[in-house]
Design a protein around this ligand. Sequence first.
Ligand SMILES: [Zn+2]
Length: 68
Amino acid sequence: MPIYEYKCKKCGHIFEAFQSMGSDGSKLRCPKCNEAGPEKIFSAFASTGHDATFGAGGGSSCGSGGFT
Ligand SMILES: [Zn+2]
């Protein structure tokens, strides 16, 4: 299960939380000030996530899917 880091928009407190894929963490609350809707931080995945960008942007729009 992936662990994401979140930053509180109100007090700036950074904390970790378990989140399933696709969840934006809007239901989370800051453990310090109880503010809802913390900002998600990609700490570990940001530096190595460029592979997905190369794989997805390979000009697939014109090569596949001839139907209009
Ligand atoms: Zn807070």
